[in-house]
Write a protein that binds this ligand. Sequence first.
Ligand code: NDP
Length: 328
Amino acid sequence: MFRGILITKGEAGYKAELQDIDDKVLPDGDVTVRVEWSTLNYKDGLALTGKSPVVRRFPMVPGIDFAGTVLASTHLKWKAGDKVILNGWGVGETHCGGLAEMARVKGEWLVPLPAAFTTRQAMAIGTAGYTAMLCVMALEKHGIKPEDGEVLVTGANGGVGSVAIAVLSKLGYTVVASTGRISEASHLESLGAARVMDRSELSSPGRAIGKEQWAGVIDSVGSHTLANACATTQYRGAVAACGLAGGMDFPATVAPFILRGVTLYGIDSVMAPLSLRLDAWRRLAADLDVAKLDGFTQEIGISQAIAMSERLLQGEVRGRVVVDVNRN
Ligand code: NDP
């Protein structure tokens, strides 16, 4: 038996509960991991509350990411004692996840813990931070340089947004942070934002094309915000879209793409190939200031995860939440 959150769906409806879970619930896999830390990402919020059909197999241990120590392995690459990170691959959705003391996964899904991080820091970064890095790498690959102009980050106080601001500013970019919580402006500036704007400037229906402002954009909000960001991106600039915190729709026109040569990159972290993950984690180790990371990370025990996920979905959580799965 091990302790964790289990989501069930039956006559009593959809239920997430902290309980003792039978080892038999663990799925097939060649590596068993003693989980040390997990986190709450937006998708975990959706899974824990049942607000979106994230979980597609029952019973399910939620938690789309974790960091811990290998307990047992029949995979050639891993041995007992190795420190590992897991992000995505359907874990916490179709394959039991990280909000528990134990997980069993496929060896090829795991990434070695970079020497720069503890398992707690790796989960303070979590899938949100690793996705932020994928977005930064997409803008860099496009050729956007600090001297090209301002980079807009939306959903600034969220997990993706906070890490994106910290990394971009360390790399020398001029970051504009868009937020619904202007009261957090000084915090966003301390992360590295040069300027903070109210998200209401971007969240209503806008023009098909507007004044050229951004060399690049990292958007975790979607909907009108993404449409307006595209419409105000500079000639041959790029937008990395990874989220839907403001809505899944994309009420835009093709004008920015065909008149300004704007490129829209879709960023997916769940099925990203291993080589890209390794690059992203290497880059996080080099380009994320851990003192800043610690400054926007709060810690909870596993018994607080369900209640905290409601607050996360309400947009009330600043930065990142790490979950100590070994304490209540
Ligand atoms: P968080 O909940 O930590 O942050 C989301 C932020 O978005 C909030 O803090 C808030 O920032 C802003 N926001 C919330 N609601 C609204 C709204 N109605 N309109 C406009 N802005 C809003 O989530 P994460 O950072 O973990 O994830 C952000 C998004 O990215 C989610 O949609 C998530 O599913 C997605 N994602 C996608 C991944 C991928 O692989 N493509 C991987 C990881 C995340 P503020 O208060 O500053 O306005």
